[in-house]
Design a protein around this ligand. Sequence first.
Ligand code: SIN
Ligand code: MN
Length: 268
Amino acid sequence: MNLSPDQLAQFERDGYLLFPDLFKPQEMKNLLAEVPRIYSEHRPEIVREKDGVTPRTSFAAHTYNPMFAKLAHHPRLVEPIEQVFGEKLYMHQFKINAKAAFDGDVWQWHQDFGTWHRDDGMPEARAMNVALFLEEANEFNGPLMFIPGSHKGGVLNAGHDTKTTSYPLWTIDNPTITRLVERGGIVAPKGRAGSMLMFHCNLVHASGSNLTPWNRTIVYLSLCAVSNHITRDKRPEYIAHRDFTPIEALPDDCLLRDDIIVPLKQAA
Ligand code: SIN
Ligand code: MN
């Protein structure tokens, strides 16, 4: 899948691109079927909400789950990002965010590269988030919110918030968000299961809580240019990977085929 000159220009201007219905319903069903088992496990990679029960995120499922291992090599996710950076990529981070029905909590306003730079020593903003909706994200169930154009200001000042949710995050203060929103507004790209979003690692983003009966499961691949690999190992390996092996894409129909198997890095 190649990005057109218009798409590249739009990405440059806004900091994100939405691809509605990029994946087939059956492909999303195959992935979603694995999620309850992943969240039911008690392992450090699973982060729960403040209630200690509701799953919030799961890190690194691609290292131990065969279906997500295939997703980590999916050409529809990997190739456009290779095109943007003009080189091979490795997986910096892989997470499945639950935003669970009724109990899914907020993600405060932040930039991802701020954390990757400060905590992981990632040199440049040459990494990209790819968000794949395993379920519909609508206006009610806590969709991602972006401030278009906010990726252009580089790394913004941030404070380390360890209190608001169960997961510590470098967050941006309200006066800065107010100033950015006055200029760029807020968008919340929505879509059915199978829709994909790519967004710049300096794009300021957040999401509200989920008061609805609908889960909003999204998988995030954080793909980093191999030449831009991290230089610190402060955070656990399952949050900031140290395997800088270039990703080789699988065939386009890999999620529907049983004969394609990716070797796992951890026991299933
Ligand atoms: C994130 O910013 O890492 C997650 C936001 C979300 O899933 O709503
Ligand atoms: Mn983020």
